[in-house]
Design a protein around this ligand. Structure first.
Ligand SMILES: [Zn+2]
Ligand SMILES: [Zn+2]
Length: 277
């Protein structure tokens, strides 16, 4: 029962959060030259390192405030911590611009730069959710600058992040990885672990949820949920634009099962484990 309630809260939170959207005029991108695009492809450099999105502090802080409001509604115990953090945000233009550009720079740990008593995990949660709607828009803009059939890597061409979900295409059975942050897709080889490159792939399915497979890796212990388009009926496809972000959110029970079996969520725990190595 408790599980069901928290699952419902998780869905409600994500529904409210998905309603926080940004428009194309809220970010600018200096598009890379042909030559730097070639280089990026060759050296596997994601766009975020090449031509990061630029966002006005006022727009970013407006989104951050909305996200903070939603987080406080679902986790009222964090309210003091979060309002203390919001009050301590930089007030001067230059410091604001630096803060916002760092929020969009992979690998920068803003927790070290923030004053106030916010717990690092609360800060990460809050910032990642405030960055997300901008990254979705950035992904939409950048998706015409790479060839999804040819990227073929285990990381996102736009943000460099790890895939959060995958899709088995119904026609050819080819596999596409999906980034839950920028919401872009790219092709990957049919078998093998996108996280560590191990060649073997095993998966399990769950009764009643046959359209999903959970691929797991015995080398890195990562797993990735996958939707098999072949298992979707024509009417399902006709009535639902397949939205992998929601497929991911709506299958959280598969995450629980995978974790119970000792596999871990690479996108959440990956960074911590990578640095622990
Ligand atoms: Zn991405
Ligand atoms: Zn692996």
């Amino acid at each position: 029962m408790k599980n069901q309630t928290s699952q419902q809260m998780f869905l409600d939170f994500n529904r409210e959060f998905a309603a926080v959207t940004v428009t194309g005029d809220m970010l600018t991108v200096n598009l890379p030259s042909e030559k730097s695009l070639e280089l990026a492809k060759e050296k596997e450099i994601p766009f975020i390192n090449l031509c990061p999105p630029r966002v006005r502090p006022s727009d970013f802080f407006a989104v951050l405030n909305k996200v903070a409001g939603i987080v406080c509604k679902y986790k009222p115990e964090l309210e003091d911590e979060i309002s203390g953090f919001l009050a301590a945000l930089p007030g001067e233009t230059e410091a604001q611009e630096l803060f916002v550009s760092q929020a969009f720079t992979p690998g920068v740990n803003l927790a070290e730069k923030i004053e106030g008593d916010i717990a690092p995990e609360t800060l990460t949660f809050l910032l990642s959710h405030a960055v997300k709607p901008f990254m979705k828009e950035y992904g939409r803009i950048m998706s015409s600058y790479y060839e999804p059939e040819q990227w073929l890597k285990g990381t996102c061409p736009v943000c460099g992040g790890k895939p959060t979900f995958s899709l088995l295409n119904k026609d050819a059975g080819s596999r596409y990885l999906f980034c839950g942050l920028c919401e872009v897709k790219w092709r990957f080889r049919r078998l093998g672990c996108p996280y560590c490159g191990h060649n073997e792939s095993k998966f399990f399915t769950v009764e009643g949820l046959e359209k999903y497979r959970v691929y797991f890796c015995d080398k890195c212990h990562g797993y990735i949920k996958t939707i098999d388009e072949k298992k979707l009926s024509e009417s399902y496809l006709a009535h639902n634009a397949l939205d992998l972000f929601w497929e991911d959110i709506n299958t959280v029970q598969l995450d629980f099962l995978a974790m119970q079996e000792g596999y871990f969520n690479q996108r959440v725990d990956g960074a911590a484990k990578d640095t622990a190595k």
